[in-house]
Design a binder for this molecule. Structure first.
Ligand code: CP
Ligand code: NVA
Length: 301
């Protein structure tokens, strides 16, 4: 049966571990995998902007000997009212994997339901599991382990990256604390799912979350789907959750700072932190490619 990757818990904790281990092996010796997906084609449907996701998937597919098609929803019949089901049924007659960056999570579920090819979620408003994979690989690389660590996420809790970290950390034995303001807390069903799997703290207190953390994470306060006129109100709400040197001092001395990027300096994180010695954001961005390569190999196995 084909397998999709729409959220972190589409993998078991064992499968997640295996994908990360494969990513590490591919990173060490990419040449060995240069024909792994030869003759295979990936369709990449985008309804939102992207640098990292687009370039890492396309390059990753090339490195595996396959081919990737960039497909902008604005130039597609889908953008003019063709159904998701018809799009999925036709596309999966041509290609071996379909990936999509969409607004509504229900739309990627619908795409997967109607596709004979595996479907990868390249970000919806609800989740960003490919980012979750890269984040876990980066933490493993920097800390040598995942289990027993403390990760603190500060800022927009009702956010796709937060949701993927909640599930990814819970699957990997990382204790996660999310600190967000009132009204911006993570999705209740994701929190409930994560709490069944691991240790999860949800709080309004940024200092409590950051205290003794091994990893501090934040994300933009203005995700792609947030309307620009919301900016002023959101900045005011999120300001006390900014990651700055005061917050970093509460974490462990050797804590790392992570951000999926794009970042907006002096909003969710100060320049001092993101451009400072504890920041690993560019390794994290690079690991998008290695984990996506491992994921595609695993899904087509
Ligand atoms: N982190 C991430 O998904 O970046 P892009 O929006 O540039 O793809
Ligand atoms: N939360 C952000 C992630 C960008 C990669 C967004 O949805 O825009």
């Amino acid at each position: 049966m084909k397998k999709d990757f729409l959220k972190m818990t589409d993998l078991t904790s064992q499968e997640l571990k295996e994908v990360i281990e494969l990513a590490v092996r591919i990173k060490k010796n990419p040449e060995k995998y240069s024909k792994s997906l030869s003759g295979k084609t990936l369709l990449m449907i985008f309804a939102k902007p992207s640098l990292r996701t687009r370039v890492s998937f396309e390059t990753g597919m090339t490195k595996l000997g396959g081919h990737a098609i960039y497909y902008d929803i604005a130039t597609s019949p889908l953008g003019r009212g063709e159904t998701i089901a018809d799009t999925a049924k036709c596309s999966s007659r041509y290609v071996d994997i379909i990936s999509a960056r969409l607004f509504e999570h229900a739309d990627i579920v619908e795409l997967a339901k109607n596709s004979d090819a595996p479907v990868i979620n390249m970000l919806t408003n609800l989740t960003h599991p490919c980012q979750g994979l890269a984040d876990l690989m980066t933490i493993k690389e920097k800390k040598g382990k995942l289990e027993g660590l403390k990760l603190a996420y500060l800022g927009d809790g009702n956010n796709n990256v937060t949701h993927s970290l909640l599930l990814g950390c819970a699957l990997s034995g990382i204790n996660i604390s999310v600190a967000s303001p009132e009204g911006m807390m993570p999705d209740a069903s994701i929190v409930a799912e994560a709490k069944k799997l691991g240790k999860v703290v949800i709080t309004h207190n940024a200092g409590e979350a950051a205290k003794d953390a091994d990893v501090i994470v934040t994300d933009t306060w203005m995700s792609y789907h947030i309307r620009p006129e919301k900016k002023e109100e959101r900045v005011k709400k999120f300001r006390p959750y900014q990651v700055n040197s005061k917050i970093m001092k509460l974490a462990k001395k050797d804590a790392i700072f992570m951000h999926c990027l794009p970042a907006y300096r002096d909003y969710e994180v100060t320049a001092e932190v993101i451009d400072g010695p504890q920041s690993v954001v560019f390794d994290e961005a690079e690991n998008r490619m290695w984990t996506e390569m491992a994921l595609m190999v695993a899904l087509l196995k």
